[in-house]
Design a protein around this ligand. Structure first.
Ligand SMILES: [Zn+2]
Length: 109
């Protein structure tokens, strides 16, 4: 599967939390901002924002997204369900991974 990349290419990095937010950057552009809530304890508050510990976890997840997408694509390409001589439908992992990739890139399944 060759994905037509529309997202900001390259490694995405997360900055240190500044105030109650964490910037996500890549390819010399600002991609987004993950919000925390100034919670000293780091736990989720009742203000509609995650606590700062949760915000850091969210920022890690978002900043790893391009790598996750690439690994998903590679896992599908290497899956043994494609090794068979007979053309078979993709295995459950490949089907789920393909659906996830379509969701990420905005393609229809
Ligand atoms: Zn498979």
């Amino acid at each position: 599967m060759d994905i037509i990349i529309k997202h900001t290419p390259g490694e995405w990095t997360m900055n240190e939390m500044s105030g109650s937010s964490i910037d996500i950057c890549g390819d010399n552009v600002w991609i987004g901002c993950i919000h925390g809530d100034h919670c000293v304890s780091g736990e989720r508050a009742t203000t509609g924002f995650p606590g700062n510990k949760e915000a850091v976890a969210n920022a890690r997840l978002v900043s790893a997204s391009p790598e996750l997408l690439k690994i998903c694509e590679e896992a599908i390409d290497r899956c043994k369900c494609k090794d068979k001589d007979v053309v078979m439908p993709p295995c459950e992992f490949c089907e789920n991974a393909n659906n996830l990739i379509c969701k990420i890139i905005g393609a229809k399944t």
